[in-house]
Ligand binder design. Structure first.
Ligand SMILES: Nc1nc2c(ncn2[C@@H]2O[C@H](COP(=O)(O)OP(=O)(O)OP(=O)(O)O)[C@@H](O)[C@H]2O)c(=O)[nH]1
Ligand SMILES: [Mg+2]
Length: 511
């Protein structure tokens, strides 16, 4: 997501690398590069201009400061870092302040979803209901789109999948439906109503009249414009038009997962003064995130979004169990069943690409040619699923004939089974060493290096020069020698050995 901007900022950072000071000349060039990148990302013209002006203003201050400081002490941060930091802060200011809360004080309270056709209102209404239910609220979904025949069924289906009630009555107008839902909400045991309204292809009078009528009779405390991020700066015009007729309290930007540009995310708050509350990051019901300007700015600049990742983890991980698992793993008692559970947890976090983007290990951005293969997890899962419980507990017993059976059972190649076992053994050795458990020879040397790196904290990974950090070595760990790999030769030898053993057994039976 937002690759265009990330690439633009990465190029600027590279351009400034190695320059000792920010001069008017290189600053001018850097700003020009940013300008091109922002316009290419479809950021609104005015917003682009004010962004550049503010960054320039502050950067010129930096030039003076750099010169003054330079006389008595050496600078520890490069001008490139300074400049990117300024851009980061300015992006956060543009998109912020963080304001993802909804006004749900009154009982009952309500949220009206509005927006153009296909922007994601119905899907997002359901996602929001799920989100509120997770946060202790009791949402009631209201099917107030009576024009598209399938709209009511779509919401009913989403509601029933989530176990959230859906309110609908035949022969009622949308305003009557919304009012009716509030009047009857207690009988559903709910406390917040979410109105899913109809969309139109363009902003027309009839649509606005209907939304105003709903506002009059149901008085929702929250009016959220659901906006497709992929339409770029056009979102600004739509937002302004809606905001003139019905006062908006916030935006939800959907389909940010597929938005390479980012123009909507950057422009919409600055241009309208209305805050972005949530962002949609995929079609699935759990792909709704509270909007954090800092997280998005960090992601755009390639710093990762650790806070976002931790929030995702909290949602999918049972904390107590995770801690017990961690203890067991670090004591060297790490089994393939644990490995399988880890894989399942990672899968729950969403596409691997998303997870990687939130990590700060790729300060230069995830390399274009780095292939993120979600299917790898499915492959590993199928192999482990084809093992017996005893094999998962104690993979040492997996010999050549078992490898063959597991490969057949999982529909994978023997080579893949062996590769997984090798990776697992390496990981177990590593975890055991980290936890102070029994350390085999090859790990002893590395522990010192690891302590140094982890002792440095994430901050060290996020800035500074990162020769060691890259797609092959995302954690910047010291080089790791290849673990002992079962070669084809060895496999063949084992095969012959068990064949011979079978023959011997037959012979003794005959006797
Ligand atoms: N990738 C992605 N797809 C999304 C997201 N949000 C919604 N969609 C998809 O967008 C399409 C339209 O979503 P709907 O919720 O039906 O849109 P709507 O605004 O209710 O449409 P109308 O009722 O026709 O006005 C669906 O296929 C959704 O799955 C998102 O955050 N990411
Ligand atoms: Mg809809």
């Amino acid at each position: 997501m937002l690759e265009i901007l990330t690439r633009g900022f990465r190029d600027v950072k590279q351009y400034l690398q190695g320059m000792r000071t920010l001069t008017e000349e290189n600053l001018g060039e850097a700003l020009k590069m940013i300008r091109v990148s922002l316009l290419e990302a479809d950021v609104e013209f005015q917003v682009t201009r004010s962004f550049l002006e503010r960054v320039k203003e502050q950067a010129i201050g930096e030039i003076v400061q750099v010169r003054v400081k330079h006389k008595d002490r050496k600078l520890s941060v490069s001008p490139g870092d300074h400049f990117i930091r300024l851009c980061h802060d300015e992006l956060v200011r543009l998109m912020g302040p963080e304001d993802s809360g909804l006004n749900l004080k009154s009982r009952p309270s309500s949220v009206m979803m509005v927006g153009l056709q296909g922007s994601g209102k119905t899907t997002t209404a359901a996602k929001l209901a799920r989100y509120l239910a997770k946060n202790g609220k009791k949402p009631l979904l209201v099917a107030a789109d009576i024009y598209r025949p399938a709209a009511v069924d779509q919401l009913k289906k989403l509601g029933s999948d989530l176990g959230i009630p859906v309110y609908f009555r035949e022969n009622m107008s949308p305003p009557e439906l919304c009012r009716g839902a509030l009047d009857e909400i207690q009988s559903y045991g709910c406390d917040v109503a979410i109105f899913d309204t109809a969309g139109r292809l363009t902003i027309d009078e009839a649509l606005m009249d209907e939304l105003q009528a709903i506002q009059e009779v149901a008085a929702p405390q929250n009016v959220l414009l659901v906006c497709d991020a992929m339409i770029g700066q056009e979102s600004v015009n739509i937002a302004r038009a809606f905001n003139e007729k019905i006062r908006l309290t916030g935006f939800i930007l959907t389909k940010l997962d597929g938005d390479a540009r980012g123009g909507a995310a950057i422009s919409i708050k600055e241009a309208t003064g209305v805050p972005i509350k949530f962002v949609g990051m995929g079609e699935a019901m759990d792909r709704l995130e509270e909007f954090r300007p800092d997280g998005l700015a960090s992601r755009i600049l390639g710093f990762g979004d650790i806070v976002g990742l931790v929030k995702d983890f909290e949602e999918v991980v049972d904390e107590k169990k995770a801690e017990e698992d961690a203890k067991r793993m670090l004591s060297g008692n790490f089994t393939l069943t644990d490995f399988l559970n880890q894989i399942k947890t990672i899968k729950k976090l969403g596409p691997l690409q998303d997870v990687l983007e939130k990590l700060p290990f790729f300060p230069k951005g995830i390399p274009d040619d780095a292939k993120v293969d979600d299917y790898e997890l499915v492959r590993m899962e199928s192999i482990i699923n084809s093992m017996t419980p005893a094999e998962r507990r104690n993979p040492q017993i997996v010999d050549a004939s078992r490898v063959r059976r597991i490969a057949r059972g999982s529909g994978r190649e023997e080579r893949e089974v062996l590769e997984l076992l090798r990776k697992f053994n390496d990981m177990r050795g590593f975890l055991s060493a980290m936890g102070g458990g029994p350390v085999s020879g090859k790990w002893k040397k590395r522990i010192k290096g690891l302590r140094r790196i982890f002792g440095g904290g994430l901050g060290d990974l996020m800035t500074g020069e990162d020769e060691a950090v890259g797609p092959d070595n995302p954690f910047g760990l010291p080089p790791v020698k290849k673990g002992k790999q079962v070669s084809k030769k060895l496999l063949e030898k084992q095969r012959k050995k068990s064949k011979q053993a079978r023959r011997d057994r037959k012979k003794t039976k005959k006797k």
